[in-house]
Each structure stands twice: as C-alpha cells, then as structure tokens.
Design a protein around this ligand. Structure first.
Ligand code: HEC
Length: 444
C-alpha cells in the first residue's frame, strides 16, 4: 500500500531524484559532530517561529494591553507559560548555536575561497537574529523592556547626521510609545521573518553550490568523502533532539518573570538587557563621556563591517589553524574581551546590592510629597525636621515608621510634621526607602 502510494507520487513528483539531491550531498573527509551547529541553529529558528505563532494568538501589541496579554499567556492560557518559556529560552539558545556555528567556521577557515559569500550571508543572518532579539525584548512592555529599549534607541540617536532621523524611524515618533510597540511587533513578526527566510534560503543555496568545506587538511578532505545521509542526518537529528530537550527543560523549570508594567515616568529604573547584549552594556558603562560615540556606533559599525568583509581581509588561502596565527589570535582576543566584559557585568549584577524597586518608588514618593522641605538627606533639603541621612540607624522599625507617617503625633507628641494622604502601598514603599537610609549602605 505504502509502496504503491510512493510509486504514484514518485511518478508525478520525481521523489527519487529529489531525495538524491537532498540527501546524497558528499561531505569531504566524512561526517562529524563538529558540523552540527548550523542544523541546530536552523532547528531553533523553526522552534522560535512555531512558538511565536502561538504567542501571537493572544498577544496584543499596544501599551494598554501588551503587558496584560503576556500576563494572560503566562497565567491563564493552557501551557501558555511553557510556550512563552520555550520562546524565551529558545531565543537564548539560538544565539549560543549561532555563536558555536560561527566559531567552528572561523576555526576551520571554512569562510575562505570559494565560500566568502556563504560567510557574508551568514553574518547578515546573525544581524537579523540580533534584530529579532532587540525587537522581541520590548514586546512584554514591562519596565525592563521599556528602559532597555530606551537605552538601545538612544544609542542609535548618537550616529552623526542620520541619527535623529534613524531614531525617529525606529520609534515611529519622538518618544517610545504606542507606535514604537506596534512597529517593533510588525518588524519582529513580519519584516524580519520574511527577511530571514530569504536569507536562510540563500545561505543554503550557496552551501549547496560550493559544498561543505570539510576538514582543514586538504589531504584528509581528498582521502574520502561521505554522503550527508544517513550518518550526518542522524547526528544532526540527535543534536536537534538534545537541544529541544534542553530548551524544554529550561522552559519547564525556570520561569522568566515579568518586571512591573512599563512606566515611562519612572526614570529611576535601571534596565538589564538580555545576556547576549550584556558584554556590550558593560562596555558602554566604561565608555561614558566624550568616548561614548566610540562605543555607541563607531566600534560596533567597524566591527560589523570587519566581520562582513572578513574573508576578503584574511585572504591567506591556508585553512590549517597552525598556519593562521594572526587570525586565530585576533579571534581569541575578541572572545577574551567579550567574556571578560560579560563576566564583570554578571559579577556586578549579582554582587552589588540591588536597589529594591520598592525603595526606588519610595524615593520618588519622598520627592513628590515635599519631605525635603523639612528634612535633609546627605546635605540636601530643609532643617525643620531631623536630618534623615541615616534615619534607619536610629529607627530600624518598620511599624514605627508606618505609624509615624500615618499620624506623626501618635508616636511623637507635639510634632509639627503633617500627616500625608498615602495609601498602603505608598506607605510601604516610602518606609522601605527610609529603612534603606543607613550608614553602611549610603552608597546605593
Ligand atoms: C513641615 C515639616 C515636615 C515635613 C513636610 C515632613 N516632616 Fe518629617 N519630621 C518633621 C519634624 C518636625 C520631625 C520631628 C518630630 C517627629 O518625629 O515627628 C519629623 C520626623 C520625621 C521622622 C523621624 C525622624 C527621627 O529621626 O526620629 C521621619 C522618618 C520623617 N519625619 C519622615 C518624613 C517624610 C517621609 C516626610 C514626607 C512624606 C516628612 N517627614 C515630611 C517635619 C516634617
């Protein structure tokens, strides 16, 4: 029965010759586990596309609804949290897979003649992927999303001459708002997918035209060759399965929490970008002041251009690593810098005392209610009431503060401090801020 069907289809679609074309591609030097990263990347891309389609069923890209619809996906939709988890961890995994693929191609000198175009299209695919990461990060419309995107778009504004126009195009106006969100959503789900599918097609087409590069030793490559099917297909499939299990385990066990809803008025929030942009974020911190343009566009621009044209810059035809000391040293130095920056950034994130968001809000409430009119903090403010620079040293008790703020006279008879109309949350945040004013943490 199955055979009959196959024959029927084969007679019409020429399946036999198609499977020849797809599966019998010879791999010089034979199959290897080291060639799996390209397929792993492709697989993860498909995973992102699929999970993204399901997320789009519920997500509504507007400032009024984006955050709530993501909450809805996370808490109400059946397995919504899992699909969102897959999409989140898949995005990270795709970056790792591309990184490894790039590393393998670089180490093997597989970008050299005749594969220069293959490399260049690959670099474009990497840039598109980063575009996915950047646009996707805004979509949940939480504090992190909003302020990280603010940092990102402000960087674009620093480009001379065209920067202003560019950033307006990016935001869809003067400020980050509703138009930015719908724009990022359209780019994330329509423009970039179209572009990347085309790019992947060209990448694969070029790969089939020039063939896989194989090992760096020419003798080894000439000695034998092995078709793509079955062994390489098997290896690729195993890796895809492994990658899926890994991403699914992460999605199942590690929830990716939403921050608070985006609040464009809250300038106290310090955003943290995705880990694959962290090294760059750290770099930006070092390059403040007059050096800033160097970090925001000069060096990234030169780097991308250099990466794109790398096969033309490094035209030494030798592929063996031992004969390419400069290329390998350059690659190694770059990785060293990136990982050092990433390390410092992670170190800072996890060891420096974090500003509790409640403390930050409390600080804002303090400013809003004119507490400074009577109270001095680190040299700023009035002298009617006591200096509050280290108030928590004297008064470490939360209940005392809440009682005092509700009605100063109740704990401090005869006090001239007015009571303020604060709700529970404000009261709590304000107290968190006051309790944070102590001598050993006055730096933060
Ligand atoms: C009109 C001036 C005035 C304003 C405005 C004012 N305070 Fe006071 N505050 C005082 C005075 C006077 C005292 C000392 C008497 C007391 O403890 O109530 C005081 C005491 C305090 C203390 C206790 C300090 C200590 O060392 O015992 C805290 C905490 C405090 N204020 C917080 C605030 C906050 C928060 C606000 C803003 C919501 C605020 N105050 C606004 C006058 C003011």
């Amino acid at each position: 029965m199955a055979e009959k069907l196959y024959k029927w289809l084969d007679a019409r679609l020429k399946l036999t010759s198609l499977s020849h074309t797809l599966l019998d591609e010879p791999i010089p030097g034979g199959v290897s586990w080291i060639y799996v990263f390209g397929s792993a990347t492709l697989f993860l891309f498909c995973l992102q596309a699929t999970t993204g389609m399901f997320l789009a069923l519920y997500y509504v890209p507007s400032p009024d609804t984006a955050y709530d619809t993501v909450q809805f996906i996370q808490h109400e939709v059946l397995f919504g949290w899992f699909v969102r988890g897959l999409h989140h961890w898949g995005a990270s995994a795709v970056m790792v897979a591309i990184g490894l693929h790039l590393l393998q191609v670089y180490l093997f000198g597989a970008y050299k003649r005749p594969r220069e175009l293959l490399w260049m299209v690959g670099v474009c695919l990497l840039l598109i992927m980063m575009g996915f990461g950047f646009t996707g990060y805004l979509l949940p419309w939480d504090q992190n999303a909003y302020w990280a995107t603010q940092v990102g778009t402000n960087m674009v504004a620093s480009v001379p001459l065209v920067g202003d126009v560019l950033v307006r195009v990016l935001r869809g106006g003067d400020t980050l708002g509703a138009l930015t969100l719908s724009r990022f959503f359209a780019v994330h789900t329509l423009f970039l997918p179209a572009l990347i599918v085309f790019g992947i097609a060209v990448h694969l087409f070029l790969l089939r035209r020039v063939g896989p590069a194989g090992p760096w030793s020419l003798e080894q490559a000439r000695q034998r060759s092995e078709p793509f099917y079955p062994r390489q297909v098997y290896m690729d499939a195993m890796v895809m399965l492994g990658v899926f299990l890994l991403v699914a385990t992460l999605a199942w066990t590690v929830e990716f929490p939403l921050a608070d809803r985006a609040d464009p008025a809250d300038h106290t929030f310090t955003p943290v970008p995705e880990w694959y942009f962290l090294f760059f974020y750290q770099f930006l911190k070092y390059m403040s002041g007059p050096l800033e343009p160097l970090a925001t566009w000069v060096l990234p621009g030169l780097f991308i251009l250099g990466l794109l044209l790398w096969p033309l810059i490094d035209h030494n035809p030798e592929r063996r690593p031992s004969s390419r000391p400069i290329a390998l040293a350059a690659g190694g130095a770059f990785l060293l810098v990136v990982f050092a920056l990433l390390g410092v950034s992670l170190w800072n994130l996890y060891t420096l005392p974090k500003t509790d968001p409640s403390v930050a809000r409390g600080k804002a409430i303090f400013a809003q209610h004119q507490c400074v009119a009577c109270h001095r903090i680190h040299g700023d403010g009035g002298m009617v009431g006591p200096d509050l620079s280290y108030v928590a040293d004297r008064r470490p008790d939360r209940q005392w503060h809440i009682k005092h703020l509700r009605n100063p006279q109740s704990v401090s008879p005869g006090s001239i401090m007015p009571s303020f109309p604060l709700n529970e949350k404000d009261l709590n945040d304000l107290t968190s801020y006051l309790l944070n004013l102590k001598s050993e943490s006055h730096k933060s």
